[in-house]
Design a protein around this ligand. Structure first.
Ligand SMILES: Cc1cc2nc3c(=O)[nH]c(=O)nc-3n(C[C@H](O)[C@H](O)[C@H](O)COP(=O)(O)OP(=O)(O)OC[C@H]3O[C@@H](n4cnc5c(N)ncnc54)[C@H](O)[C@@H]3O)c2cc1C
Ligand code: FES
Length: 260
């Protein structure tokens, strides 16, 4: 059940590029969250109306009672969050999302583009804890956008993640799709889990179709309410020939069944 609560901010700091890390004391949300769960956050007081709407963020990690969020700063909603200090409280709605990554595969290939990697990091941790086999791919344009690199190192995932930068400034040079066919076809009963910019998700889903491997996308459509009432986040379900809400029927979908 999603809760609308005030959470204490444990930490809120700039990391690199345009990314910040927000650590919140949120035991109720931490208990409910699953890989791909997200929260909606409003960085201003209840009596303030600008920005009016909450912003959606993936729960990137759970550490005891705390949840971690890595957020890129673009506009009013995220700028307001940067102004909040440790010790203050912030308005959080979550954990949200009703459809998560399937669990019955033997090998998982996780493909995260930019801050989209934060939409897969909890899955990576979950797979590791369950002793499941996986390969993670993290792609960005340039080194300074690798805002989850320290998290990867601190959590002992260095050998599990293949990093690509488009300009070759860190890891392998190229796009996340560079060696994807080879990686995805190496093991039997593999599925792809993808989160990131729309074009990247589409490219990965197209490749998955060509090589006949199931591909699940965690979508990050713009959201207003986050819990199914505004119909602002829909995508076309091509199988049912109708529309589904990313926040409510998602955020994870079988890429072959929706219009990307
Ligand atoms: C389920 C879900 C999970 C998400 N998880 C994360 C996450 O973990 N970390 C994270 O950083 N973001 C995440 N997002 C995206 C995040 O919600 C948006 O980036 C955020 O709402 C932007 O708010 P803002 O106030 O910065 O920008 P706004 O004030 O809403 O917009 C300002 C300007 O920035 C542009 N803009 C807004 N968002 C983006 C974007 N994502 N990319 C490029 N341009 C943009 C707008 O078009 C506009 O021109 C997620 C979204 C969803 C739906
Ligand atoms: S954001 Fe309102 S229905 Fe999805």
């Amino acid at each position: 059940m999603a809760l609308d609560i005030k959470c204490e901010i444990v930490e809120n700091r700039f990391i690199s590029g345009i990314t910040w890390l927000l650590r919140l004391k949120a035991p109720e949300i931490a208990k409910e969250a699953k890989p791909a769960s997200f929260v909606m956050i409003r960085g201003v007081e209840d009596y303030q109306y600008d920005p009016l709407l909450r912003r959606a963020f993936a729960i990137a990690d759970i550490d005891g009672d705390d949840i971690l969020i890595f957020y890129d700063v673009y506009g009013k909603g995220t700028k307001a969050i940067t102004e909040k200090k440790a010790g203050e409280t912030i308005s959080v709605l979550g954990a949200l999302g009703n459809n998560f990554f399937p669990e019955d595969y033997d090998h998982y290939v996780l493909v995260g583009g930019g801050i989209g990697f934060a939409g897969l990091s909890l899955l990576m941790k979950d797979l590791k804890q369950k002793g499941k086999s996986f390969t993670a791919i993290y792609g960005v344009r340039r080194k300074e956008q690798l805002s989850m690199l320290d998290w990867i190192k601190e959590n002992g995932f260095e050998n599990d993640v293949i990093i690509y930068t488009e300009d070759g400034s860190y890891g392998k040079k190229g796009l996340v799709t560079e060696d994807l066919e080879k990686i995805a076809t190496k093991h039997h009963n593999t599925m792809l889990a993808v989160c990131g910019p729309h074009g990247m998700m589409k490219a990965v889903a197209n490749l998955a179709k060509e090589i006949d491997i199931p591909c699940y996308v965690s979508l990050e459509s713009r959201m207003a309410c986050g819990f199914g009432i505004c119909i602002g986040c829909v995508v076309k379900d091509t199988e049912k020939d109708s529309y589904v809400r990313v926040c409510y029927e998602g955020p994870v979908f079988d890429a072959s069944k929706i219009e990307l």
